[in-house]
Design a protein around this ligand. Structure first.
Ligand code: PLP
Length: 425
């Protein structure tokens, strides 16, 4: 019965400080979002106590009647949200969803094609020291240097030359839509499976604002905490009954032991919310915000400082700012924005001349601010603040002025007003 504050003041204080940080700054990390309090309530529930190895109706533990309800609701809602025949909601994370999907489809030593990490791919798509790079022979594809778009002719050439067993489409830092039908055509041409990792853009797909990979891919994986706005976690979708069986076995017992039923409950809540009209409105504002930021980063006063936008714009929830011709590197850009209360991450851009830890890019995303309530007016102001921060001149007066403008915006949309914040006491 002792509260967290009484039991562990050090952890309690850090949690309260993190709440204050989230409330007082502008969160623009493209992979982050704010989970609704109902989602956090489910995640903080007694379901954390329950072992439930297996699947609904087929468990290896007694007492699963209520978690069965929870997990079945999560499965049914996810299938209905994305129009898929089968769903597995147990992966603890996006990385584990990808590992299970690969275990289900291919064997160690097989060849996979995935987007180069340096061009916006994810670690699990074949990075050298990730499981995917260690277990499989990886052939990376990339973007064209002129267009900065994924070069489908190169994907086809590499597929024909290397005969992969699996082609992975999906990204962590790319600002355009993928041609899923074309990926599938190439996969069929060489007899490969197509796996689409929609972790970043799943929320846009759920809202009907981005093409769905589900009709095209053999397997679709996703996280549930990015644009989708739920708890941290992963999911796997497929329309193929045989693949579904293999996926279930690859997740449990292949990869994981007991599922996190408290997280699965939170996923179920998030899927319910994602089917509501307010969710679509939020995703529309997410897209509008990203377009506004891209346009501002392309305007003459910013271009004068050598700043531009990878691929010349965005169709999704993020903008990749290109600092290759700027005196400012990615680390410095991230630090400047941090000083004024805007959180982004530096990110390598394709053909980046600077080392990855420094990089020449910033990845700026709008999902979390859209969740907070930001619309056109606020995103226009944020874009202007970022533009001012990336220009040549950045004096202490500029910092103070921009920090104040950030605070006004943060104050306009209070975050988690019902969560007690006693860190000030
Ligand atoms: N897939 C993509 C495309 C991602 O961007 C990420 C996370 O950054 C993941 C998978 C991994 O998700 P997690 O961090 O939950 O393991």
């Amino acid at each position: 019965t002792r509260t967290l504050a009484e039991t562990d003041p050090a952890i309690h204080a850090a949690v309260q400080q993190e709440l204050l940080r989230q409330q007082g700054t502008l969160e623009m990390i493209a992979s982050e979002n704010f989970a609704p309090t109902a989602v956090m309530e489910a995640q903080g529930s007694v379901l954390t106590n329950k072992y439930a190895e297996g699947y609904p109706g087929k468990r290896y533990y007694g007492g699963c009647e209520h978690v069965d309800v929870v997990e079945q609701l999560a499965i049914d809602r996810l299938k209905s949200l994305f129009g898929s025949e089968f769903a597995n909601v147990q992966p603890h994370s996006g990385a584990q969803a990808n590992a299970a999907a690969m275990f289900a489809l291919i064997q160690p030593g097989d060849t996979i094609l995935g987007l180069n990490l340096a061009h916006g791919g994810h670690l699990t798509h074949g990075m050298r020291i990730n499981f995917s790079g260690k277990l499989y022979k990886v052939v990376p594809y990339g973007v064209g240097e002129e267009t900065m778009l994924i070069d489908m002719a190169e994907v086809e050439r590499l597929a024909v030359e290397n005969k992969p067993k699996l082609i992975v489409a999906g990204w962590s830092a790319y600002s355009r839509q993928l041609d899923f039908a074309e990926f599938r055509r190439i996969a069929d041409l060489v007899g490969a499976y197509l796996m689409v990792d929609m972790a970043h853009f799943a929320g846009l797909v759920a809202a009907g604002l981005h093409p769905s990979p589900v009709p095209h891919a053999h397997i679709v994986t996703s996280t549930t905490h990015k644009t989708l706005g739920g708890p941290r976690g992963g999911v796997i979708l497929t329309n193929d009954a045989d693949i579904a069986k293999k996926v279930n076995s690859a997740v449990f017992p292949g990869q994981q032991g007991g599922p996190l039923e408290h997280v699965i409950a939170a996923k179920a809540v998030a899927f319910k919310l994602a089917a509501e009209p307010a969710f679509r409105d939020r995703q529309e504002r997410t897209l509008e915000g990203a377009r506004i930021i891209a346009e501002r980063m392309l305007s003459a006063d910013v271009a004068e400082a050598g700043v531009t936008v990878v691929s010349g714009g965005t169709d999704v929830h993020l903008v990749l700012v290109d600092l290759r011709n700027s005196e400012l590197d990615g680390q410095q850009g991230e630090d400047r924005l941090h000083r004024i209360g805007i959180t982004v991450n530096r990110n390598a851009v394709p053909f980046d001349p600077r080392p990855p830890m420094i990089s020449s890019g910033l990845r700026i995303g709008t999902p979390a601010l859209a969740t907070r309530g930001f619309g056109k007016a606020e995103f226009t102001e944020v874009a202007d603040i970022i533009a001012a921060a990336l220009k040549r001149e950045f004096s202490d007066e500029t910092v103070a002025e921009l920090r104040q403008r950030v605070e006004i915006l943060a104050g306009k949309f209070p975050l988690y007003p019902n969560l007690s914040s006693d860190a000030n006491e």
